[in-house]
Design a protein around this ligand. Structure first.
Ligand SMILES: O=P(O)(O)OC[C@H]1O[C@H](O)[C@H](O)[C@@H](O)[C@@H]1O
Length: 550
């Protein structure tokens, strides 16, 4: 039954602003971005916003005031304000799973949670107690030694978020604790991680919302065997294994002590869960104060998102520019280019957040879409990407909007490194915007000594069309607070786009078929009988595997 608050999703193209935007795209596509700056001398100022410690410069986009007005109108026509309210008020907006979507409640500052969410505080208190015990050496391994290494075993949302944040906050790590992450069922991931570790001083966190994920359970079982191979007593498991899960029964069945379980809730999606006890490795690596600052940074962005007018709202602006390029300019992908070594895992994290949330093909209430949804997310940290795929960004035939992320200060202020990094970031967005004309290119070849004819001919190879749009996100310093705000910004951006497209950003049925098929293929693969019940290609590949493994 359709929820009274959500009328059946209609195609976004039925919104009055949609056809106006289609017409406006024709107008803007004839206007170079540089001309937009000439027309509006204040553009750099009016097309930048500050919230929760994040500065967004969106001036280098193919949009003008009329376009921005239409995009905000589209957001209004699609009922965005009501949907934001519904999420914050705990309505079951994840309708296909009949669940609330309350990751925002996970970073509410202590005390301001409604009664039914007070156990969030209880879990934060449990984490605080545990983290303190490990850091002070009150929590010890089975042989009485203190813990030096924490291994998080989880995959997807139970890995990418905590892994990315732990890396990003390296300058805030506590001395004496090293965090490691094992996710892949490929034994090389686990074995390479364990090689350097001492079982007596290693703590495993088995992180799995459902506690049914094969990769995680396989890795956790092998980790337990590794531990027991040295400590040789089942009782050691209680001192070296903790778990984070909704599924308390399954955790106990695995053999993890009931006191070592950190609960979570079905109202938090895996890819939105780093703010829950899934963030335990972050807290162990950096301390609870930094984990709480991360939550506070996200809470500041939550407040901005809930209260700022759409025209001044960072997540809304970024989301609507994304919709603009995807649905009106045919963009198929979005590059995320973080000019910060510590954000090495950021793009990988956003890939799950965005592509698992908005990689959808059906309306919220059923029916297939006729418009495009989430883009392919890709990228690399600057300046590395410049010496690799930026060639395609500048001269390729694809239209790829880019987000640049950069910090004003470095945690490692070594000679000119940071000014060079910052200059490179600015040079890339400027080059994408300005490009290089045929005349400029020919002049460069002439200056190199080529004849006029040769220069004219060769010029095409140096031409860059320019007018390739980008956002630049700037923080003063990459710290727990600004990182929390940055992550929340992208979470909300993804949500806004899902509302425009009329889809559910909070389920992920698309990952299930592969799991289902693997549960049929794996037993057949390890059986001595020939595999004959699959398609011919799969049968043949299984036979090939069996030819060397049996
Ligand atoms: O935390 P878990 O229940 O082990 O789930 C781990 C991951 O696997 C699933 O297949 C989903 O695609 C992810 O959204 C999820 O984060």
């Amino acid at each position: 039954m359709t929820h009274p608050r959500y009328p059946k999703a209609t195609a976004p193209s039925t919104a009055p602003s949609w056809s106006a935007l289609t017409a406006h795209q024709q107008v803007i596509s004839n206007q170079p971005i540089a001309d937009l700056f000439t027309r509006d001398p204040n553009r750099a100022e009016t097309y930048s916003l500050n919230a929760a410690g994040i500065h967004l410069d969106f001036a280098k986009n193919r949009i003008d005031d009329a376009g921005m007005t239409l995009l905000c109108q589209l957001a209004k026509e699609r009922g965005l304000a009501e949907r934001i309210k519904a999420m914050y008020q705990g309505e079951a907006i994840n309708s296909t799973e009949k669940r609330q979507v309350l990751h925002v409640a996970l970073r509410s500052q202590l005390g301001d949670l409604p009664e039914h969410l007070r156990d969030v505080d209880a879990v934060i208190a449990q984490m605080t107690q545990f983290v303190t015990a490990v850091h002070t050496g009150q929590w010890r391994g089975f042989t009485g030694e203190t813990i030096t290494d924490v291994v998080n075993i989880g995959i997807g949302g139970s890995d990418l978020g905590p892994n990315m944040v732990t890396q990003a906050l390296t300058p805030f790590h506590k001395a004496g604790i090293r965090a490691h992450f094992v996710s892949n069922v490929d034994a090389s991931d686990l074995c390479e991680t364990l090689k350097a570790l001492n079982p007596a001083r290693t703590l495993f966190i088995v992180a799995s919302k459902t506690f049914t994920t094969t990769e995680t359970l396989t890795n956790a079982n092998s980790a337990r065997q590794w531990l027991l191979a040295t400590l040789a007593d089942e009782a050691a498991v209680a001192k070296h294994f903790v778990a984070v899960s909704v599924n308390l029964e399954k955790v106990k069945a695995f053999g993890i002590d009931a006191n070592n379980i950190f609960p979570m809730w079905d109202w938090v999606g895996g890819r939105y869960s780093l703010w829950s006890a899934i963030g335990l490795p972050i807290a162990l690596a950096c301390g609870m104060d930094h984990f709480n600052a991360l939550r506070a940074g996200a809470a500041a962005m939550d407040e901005h998102f809930a209260n700022a007018a759409f025209e001044q709202n960072l997540p809304v602006i970024m989301a609507m520019l994304g919709v603009w390029y995807i649905n009106f300019w045919g963009a198929e992908s979005q590059a995320i280019l973080a000019y910060d070594h510590y954000l090495n895992a950021f793009t990988k994290y956003i890939q799950q957040l965005d592509m698992e949330s908005n990689g959808k093909g059906a309306y919220l209430h059923g029916g297939y879409l006729e418009h495009h949804t989430g883009p392919v997310i890709w990228g690399e940290v600057g300046t590395n990407g410049q010496h690799s795929f930026h060639q395609l960004l500048h001269q390729g035939t694809r239209f790829v909007p880019a987000d640049f992320i950069v910090s004003l200060t470095s945690h490692n202020p070594l000679s000119e490194h940071h000014s060079q990094l910052f200059a490179n970031c600015l040079s890339q967005s400027r080059a994408l915007m300005l490009g290089k004309s045929e005349a400029q290119a020919a002049a460069e070849f002439s200056a190199m000594g080529y004849s006029a004819d040769e220069a004219k001919q060769l010029a095409h190879h140096k031409v860059m069309p320019g007018n390739r749009p980008s956002n630049t996100l700037v923080v003063e310093s990459l710290n727990p607070k600004t990182l929390g705000a940055l992550i929340a910004l992208y979470e909300h951006k993804v949500f806004v786009q899902s509302v425009i497209w009329g889809i559910n950003a909070f389920d992920q049925w698309g990952v299930e078929l592969g799991k289902q098929l693997c549960s049929e293929i794996h037993p057949a693969l390890v059986s001595s009988a020939a595999a004959e019940s699959f398609d011919p290609s799969t049968n043949a590949l299984m036979a090939l595997y069996k030819s060397v493994n049996q």
